[in-house]
Design a protein around this ligand. Structure first.
Ligand code: BMA
Length: 329
């Protein structure tokens, strides 16, 4: 595993990064990151993870999910209060929301820490005030993202189970896919991408932002983790030995468990100051939103250092051209 990973040349970071931080939030906020973003009813919508507490004392008290709107996808207005928190004795917190609009309704996938394991949730909303929870996985599964339309008559999601027992008792986790007739019952599961398919991962991989449709296939980011036990203090904790990098791949339109092409090098690697320094966990890039504009520009939103939310852009054809290497299994 090379210690130096660089971002693809096709990626341009927004010069005003971050696009959202605790300073933009009118209620208790500390780490504002790992957001889901989509276009809904004529504007950009962002749901973001807010770990609140004290940045100065480096102490966290809890997590909620906040809401922001934007006209241009760059300047964001955060609403007056958080929009989502699960009130359930079993649940410690819900976090890492992802948004997908399907047939005019907005679906939110999210991770749920519970007293009996880590679950993946799917809710639907029309106004970001009322959410109906449609399904929760059994533990351990999370990082779910929905495709923006049905494939072969079924809803489809990418997901990342944590098979610790059967993968050697350590992180060695892969990207899977399931489908559903109704968003409630999920099955027909297939392996999409193994950690061994990603040269810049030696630990685990998982979905990132929900896929976007192109003529050539479903274009989608993923996150890739490499671990190095010689790494020491890289943020608030005594040890933070992982690095999170964003990758890109193209899935078959009809059979989305088939990877038509993957880029075997990182798409976005931690390099900018706000990605590598001064954060809660430095060296973390976690894409959560990808918007394909009519101009062909792709906006990729990502959490940086588990602390702030950032934006990078690329041309859709450049991204597709990167996905050259088929995955054969
Ligand atoms: C994962 C999740 C993410 C986070 C990442 C890096 O386990 O908690 O939300 O960005 O770790 O800390």
């Amino acid at each position: 595993m090379s210690d130096k990973l660089v971002s693809s040349k096709v990626i341009k970071r927004y010069s005003g990064n971050p696009v959202l931080s605790d300073k933009d939030v009118p209620y208790k906020a500390a780490l504002v990151f790992n957001a889901g973003i989509t276009k809904f009813n004529g504007q950009y919508v962002m749901v973001f993870r807010n770990d609140y507490g004290s940045l100065e004392n480096q102490k966290l008290e809890g997590t909620n999910i906040g809401l922001a709107y934007s006209k241009d996808g760059i300047k964001w207005n955060v609403t007056s209060k958080p929009c989502f928190k699960m009130e359930d004795k079993e649940v410690t917190r819900a976090y890492d929301p992802r948004l997908t609009v399907i047939d005019g309704r907005c679906y939110m996938c999210f991770a749920v820490d519970t007293k009996h394991g880590l679950r993946g949730g799917i809710a639907v909303t029309d106004d970001f005030e009322k959410f109906e929870i449609l399904s929760l996985t059994v533990p351990d599964n999370r990082n779910m993202v929905l495709f923006p339309k049905k494939v072969n008559g079924k809803y489809v999601r990418l997901e990342r189970p944590f098979p610790v027992y059967s993968r050697g008792g350590r992180d060695r986790f892969d990207i899977w896919m399931s489908d559903s007739p109704d968003m409630k019952y999920w099955g027909n599961s297939n392996l999409v991408l193994g950690v061994e398919d990603v040269p810049f991962a030696n630990d685990k991989i998982g979905p990132a932002a929900p896929p976007v449709e192109t003529k050539q296939g479903w274009l989608t980011t993923f996150h890739a983790v490499d671990k190095d036990t010689t790494r020491g203090k890289n943020g608030w904790e005594e040890k933070w030995q992982k690095r999170y990098t964003g990758g890109i791949m193209l899935l078959d339109l009809e059979k989305p468990w088939i990877v038509k092409g993957i880029c075997r090098e990182p798409l976005i690697a931690p390099e900018a100051p706000y990605e590598v320094d001064g954060g809660y966990r430095n060296n973390v890039i976690f894409p959560g939103g990808m918007i394909l504009e009519d101009s062909g520009e792709v906006k990729i939103y990502y959490g940086a250092a588990d602390t702030v939310e950032c934006l990078a852009t690329a041309d859709v054809n450049d991204l597709i051209a990167l996905c050259k290497s088929p995955v054969v299994r």
